[in-house]
Design a protein around this ligand. Sequence first.
Ligand code: AHG
Ligand code: MN
Ligand code: MN
Length: 320
Amino acid sequence: MSSTALTGWLASQDASQHLTTILCTIASAGEELAEIIRNAPIAGNVGATAAQNVQGEVQKALDVISNDLLLDRLAAIPSIAAMVSEEMEAPVLNAETGQYIVCFDPLDGSSNTDCNGPVGTIFSVLGRTATGAVTEAEICRGARVQVAAGYIIYGPATQLVITTGTNVALFALAQGAGFQLQIDGVRVPTGTREFAINAAHRESWDERTRRYVDACQLGSKGPFAASYTMRWMGAMVADVHRILLKGGLFAYPALVTADGVKPKLRFLYEINPIAMILECAGGHCYSGDTPSQQYVPHTIHDRVPVVLGAPDEVARYQGE
Ligand code: AHG
Ligand code: MN
Ligand code: MN
C-alpha cells in the first residue's frame, strides 16, 4: 500500500521525485516487514539461522528476511547506484547512473525477535560524489552528503520517523491505509532525567561515562541534584524513539577491553541516520567530542562510540 500522506509530506519538504520514490519504497517495504514480523512466531520465523554475518554475529531468521526484502524492492529503482547493508560484506552495486546510495540496518535489535520485543529498520540515503561504479571509498567519503534518513519501529504500533534535513516527521501505520502523518516537526523534549545504557559493561567504560552514570545514580544527593530513571530496550531504534518523544540520553561508548577499544554501533547505517534525525529534532549526537555526522568512516562497516539525546542531558554527559 503506497502512502499518499508520506508522498504529500515529502512534497512539502521539496524532496525530488527520485528521492520520493526511494523513501516511499522503503516505507512500503516497512509495511510488508511489519506484517512478516507480526506473523513471525506462527510462521516459524523467529530464532537464529546457521549463518553469521560479516560482523561475526549470528543472523536471526528475520535479519535475513528483512535484508532480502529491502534489497529486492530497492534494486528495482534506477536512481539507486548502490546499497550498503549491515548484513552484507560489500556494497551491492545497482544502476551505475543512479544518483543515490542507500545504507540500511534491515533489522535493528534482532535479539528482541525471540521475545516479541521492539525491532526496527534504519535507513540513510547518501548523494553521490563521483561518477562510474560506486566504490567503498566513495561511500565513506560521501557519508556527509546525507540527503535523507529515517527508521521504522515495529512495536505495539508500527511508526516511521523520517527527515530530509529540515523537519522530522512521525507517521503511524494504519491497517489498510498506509502510513498516516502523526506529528510534523518532532522536537526532543528537554528536562527529562532519564538515561539508556547497557550497565553490564561498567568495567569497560571510559572515565566520562562512569562519571556521568555515577552522578545519575546519586540522584538528588549527587552533582546533578535530580532523581534519574533508566531504560534499556536492547534495540537502538526503540531507545532513540523514546528519547525523541520523551527526552533523555542514550549512550553506547567504546568498551575498553584487553583486546583494545571497541565501539559497537555501526556508523553508516546506525549512527549517521540517527544523528541526522536527532540534530534535525533539536537534539545532539556525538561520537567522542565530534558531532557524529562529521565522522568520515574508513570502511562501510566502521563502528563508532555514541552519546545522543536532548541537548541538556548530552551536555551533562560531556561534562559541560
Ligand atoms: P543489531 O540487532 O542491528 O545488531 O543492533 C543491535 C544493537 C542496538 O540496536 C542495541 O542498542 C545494541 O545493539 C544492544 O547492545 P547490547 O547487546 O550490548 O545491549
Ligand atoms: Mn542495529
Ligand atoms: Mn541489524
